[in-house]
Design a binder for this molecule. Structure first.
Ligand code: ADP
Ligand code: MG
Length: 331
């Protein structure tokens, strides 16, 4: 109730009652909301059209004044995000239900995913067992396969914060990493069955704010070409898809051990590590993880994009097909 009192009121969003804030960005806020006309629970992503002037941006108590200068890049970006999402229909991808705008905001009405970010599940669980990691990563991979192969879309921002759980699946007790959790779920922690196998629910890809179409659906050729496609453009298209595969490798690595493959306090050092593709399977955390999982990661965290696995190569890898394999998402 208290939270509701603090919910902002957006002109143009009168048909929706905001319940809870779920996400916070530089230019967007995401709320849990209910469509008053239908009772449907949704997520609303509110994107501000105008920049706040620098002096006012941080101060809630000042009478804010918008610079009435549309953020042109933001405008084209948000419309691109919406256009890409409109063409998408897959169980591993967050659905866009509606889009509209007011004078000062854009509103994306999205399918509500109440399970929270994969990021938070990793933090809560410390790390995932190989079976649980497989269950999660295969759902993401099928979403990426659909984007890459059927829609010609590169997501470009695959990361645990943009991977959302459908339902709250696991509330672990203290000191209950997943490995233990799976074996002792009857008496360890509270277990809430999810939709999919393995107890943990469906995972969906969100946030198409940086995504890009690289494949023209009409002509079935790389974008902007009509048949006389130069090799560098064909390569370019393949390489741009490979950024998602690198990111998928980072997510898989993080799921299995609980920390990311590349990390440093200093952004410069971190950048250097990534550029060199310098990571290790750190002992003791990686000692008990299968050689097959490590082999798969090696083919994803591979500096040369031409050598890096494509999504089809990923899905064909033995680790992905090891039992117990979850059923592919229904289409
Ligand atoms: P940004 O461009 O600001 O990163 P996102 O689309 O990633 O915007 O949304 C920000 C955060 O809001 C996400 O990381 C997630 O926590 C939450 N969020 C976004 N979409 C949904 C949704 N459909 N259901 C539940 N939470 C969501
Ligand atoms: Mg995001």
């Amino acid at each position: 109730r208290e939270a509701q009192d603090k919910m902002p009121i957006y002109k143009g969003l009168e048909n929706f009652k905001l319940l809870d804030k779920m996400g916070d960005g530089a230019f967007s806020n995401v709320y849990k909301a209910v469509d008053i006309r239908t009772g449907q629970r949704v997520a609303v992503k509110v994107v501000r059209k105008y920049e706040l002037s620098a002096s006012q941006a941080g101060d809630k108590h000042l009478n804010r004044e918008f610079k009435k200068k549309p953020r042109v890049t933001e405008r084209t970006n948000i419309l691109k995000e919406v256009q890409i999402m409109r063409g998408i229909n897959h169980p591993s991808i967050v659905k866009l239900l509606a889009f509209f705008e007011s004078q000062e905001h854009y509103f994306l009405i999205l399918e509500l995913l109440e399970g929270g970010e994969l990021f938070h599940q990793i933090v809560k669980l410390t790390y995932f067992s190989e079976n649980l990691a497989r269950h999660v990563i295969l759902q993401v991979a099928h979403g990426i396969r659909y984007l890459h192969e059927e829609r010609g879309v590169v997501h470009r921002d695959i990361k645990p914060e943009n991977l959302l759980f459908d339902k709250i699946a696991i509330v672990p007790s203290k000191n209950s990493p997943t490995k233990q959790f799976e074996e002792e779920k009857e008496d360890e922690g509270e277990f809430i069955p999810g939709v999919g196998g393995g107890g943990i629910g469906r995972v969906k890809i969100a946030d198409f704010g940086l995504s890009k179409v690289v494949w023209d659906e009409q002509t079935m050729t790389p974008c902007g070409t009509v048949g006389y496609t130069a090799p560098e453009i064909v390569k370019d298209e393949r390489y741009s898809k490979s950024v998602d595969m690198w990111a998928l490798g980072c997510v898989l690595y993080t799921l299995l051990c609980g920390f990311p493959p590349f990390y440093d306090e200093s952004i410069n050092v971190l950048t250097e590590k990534v550029a060199r593709g310098h990571y290790t399977f750190l002992s003791p955390w990686w000692d008990t993880i299968s050689a097959s999982a490590k082999d798969l990661i090696t083919h994803l965290l591979c500096v040369d994009p031409a050598q890096r696995y494509t999504i089809d190569e990923f899905l064909a890898h033995p680790w992905c097909n090891a039992a117990p394999a979850p059923a592919p998402p229904p289409t």
